[in-house]
Design a protein around this ligand. Structure first.
Ligand code: NAD
Length: 304
């Protein structure tokens, strides 16, 4: 294990893995690289974010992505479409963005209205511009352990958080709770690529508590607030909490909590991410990273 500048004491024994600080550092580094690209005479990298409808949570996410894109010195193209948008209309916009040389990355905010099939839309994005990494081509590249794919932002963020604690994860036992295409499955692929022995648990898994307790690395992405108790954690384990649930406080306010009972878990774990301030900021930083990588590759390929 390595001492890291992004960890501090979580209060109950575990070191806190500070995703907010790490994400700020990544964004600053990307900004420097963007400035260098521009000094070399290249166009600014550009990210197109498409929002269909008026889901309030999606509006907040999309706005935040635009702010962070500007913070990294890149261009943001916001495409707002009405709730009534047809699949054909959305596919036509994606085709336009695929062809637009100013756009390096395309992200379609999910969920989409019921008349639109998310998989069809995701797969319509050109693989080189698929900065969410959720299309079939990038999913396949990750599954094959290839280096030329784009990795989904949340699991990539989790991997970077883990790497801030573990210089080498070879031979460690990793358990991922949650098997979604967005988080759990790509996370498992990344951990396998990092030479971990990986088990993926989900809603149908038996003896999940015992399984979790065997993990040196435990990544939890279920959306079930407080699912993982302190007793589920192996002493000294590294715990990455991806879950985000908004709950009401007794004072009538609301706050965000993770899938892990933080107070209990931080007494047992070696390292742990907080919610908020752990995986969330790293997801956006990795979106910026993916956009910058996509831009650099496109510029290199048009020069060559
Ligand atoms: P999802 O609903 O698509 O998948 C949930 C997975 O958890 C499924 O595989 C399901 O089988 C499993 N699961 C559900 N209940 C379980 C239980 N009781 N025991 C074991 N497994 C169980 O969710 P998702 O899109 O993967 O998101 C998971 C959570 O992560 C949500 O809270 C979401 O908001 C959060 N999330 C956070 C970020 C971030 O940037 N921090 C990004 C993506 C998702």
């Amino acid at each position: 294990m390595t001492a890291s500048t992004t960890t501090m004491n979580a209060g109950g024994g575990a070191e806190l893995i500070d995703g907010k600080a790490m994400a700020a550092g990544m964004t600053a580094d990307i900004r420097e690289q963007v400035e260098m690209l521009v000094r070399q005479g290249h166009e600014l990298p550009g990210l197109a974010v498409v929002l269909v409808g008026n889901d309030p949570a999606s509006e907040v996410y999309v706005k935040n992505k635009a702010i962070q894109t500007h913070r990294a010195g890149m261009k943001s193209f916001m495409q707002m479409m009405p709730e009534s948008t047809s699949q054909e209309e959305l596919l036509a916009l994606i085709e336009e963005l695929n062809e637009n040389p100013k756009v390096d990355g395309i992200l379609v905010q999910l969920p989409l209205p019921p008349q639109i099939d998310a998989a069809t839309v995701t797969n319509a994005i050109h693989p080189d511009k698929d900065v969410d990494g959720l299309g079939e081509v990038n999913t396949g590249r990750l599954a094959l352990g290839m280096e030329n794919g784009i990795v989904p932002c949340t699991p990539l963020g989790c991997l970077k958080l883990l790497q801030s604690v573990h210089e080498d994860m070879t031979g460690l036992k990793a358990v991922v709770i949650g098997a979604s295409n967005l988080v759990g499955r790509p996370m498992a692929q990344l951990l396998l690529k990092a030479n971990c022995t990986v088990t993926v648990a989900h809603i149908h898994t038996r003896n999940i508590e015992e399984l979790a307790r065997s993990a040196d690395i435990l990544v939890v992405a279920t959306g079930k607030a407080g699912l993982v108790k302190g007793s589920w954690i192996k002493p000294g384990a590294t715990v990455i909490d991806v879950g985000i649930t908004r709950v009401q406080t007794p004072e009538g306010k609301s706050r965000l909590v993770g899938d892990v009972v933080f107070e209990e878990a931080s007494r047992v774990a070696g390292h742990i991410t907080p919610v908020p301030g752990g995986v969330g900021p790293m997801t956006i930083a990795c979106l910026l990273h993916n956009t910058f990588q996509a831009a650099s590759r496109r510029r290199a390929s048009t020069e060559g």
